[in-house]
Ligand binder design. Sequence first.
Ligand SMILES: [Zn+2]
Length: 250
Amino acid sequence: MSDSVLLVTPDEPPVTLTASRTTLIAQSRVFHDLLAMPSAPSSEPAQLVLAETEAEIKPFLSVLFGEDGDDASWRKLDEAHWLVVAKLADKYDAPIVRHAVRVEVWRRIDEAGDSFPALSLATHVGPASVTKAAALSALARGWNKKKGNLAPGAADRLAAWSKSLKALAAAIAVDYSDLRARVTRCECLTDGAKAWHGYLWDCLRAFDPRKPFPLEDIPLTFCSAHHGIVEAIANNMNVQYEQWMSPFPS
Ligand SMILES: [Zn+2]
């Protein structure tokens, strides 16, 4: 039996790509099922008609076949193409391509600037931990429905999750709102208690889902001893927030 498979695209005119049967079977569960069906022994390569155009399928195949080096075609992909690769990773159930997309997600989360593309990609390939990191970064930068091309249902799940995070931060802020009950008496608390309330409100208004209570924004009203204590309190609040945060819904 030939190890070659002919992949025929719906381009006008159709383009025929030759691919290794062994690699397709090893790297994609869908190709595995499509090609594993017993067929009459023949020296003719099997032929599969794809739904994707050559432009869509080529970057995906480039990752699937482990194309390496600086000139590998997947290295030059733009946002739109990465999104196609992410969708095909899911459609063809290809772990190696999912992995490549995740690496791209992490690269984009860490990159200064726009992290919406990272979230778009993450919702197609998961897992929840990667989607969560991308979602926190995107939410902190003001994500809204128009900006991302998310997997079906992901926008609604993200909206519900975002609400639950805000509610959690608000509940923690209420719990910690009475500063006098938590620290030793001191003159600095006369103005400090009020400043603390202002700080909590500001934190909720400018809600940062990655770290709702930024230590650097704590008001300078407190004496130096109490400033350190108040910092420790805000730090506890962030730790509690992280521990109680619900996982990104799948
Ligand atoms: Zn004090």
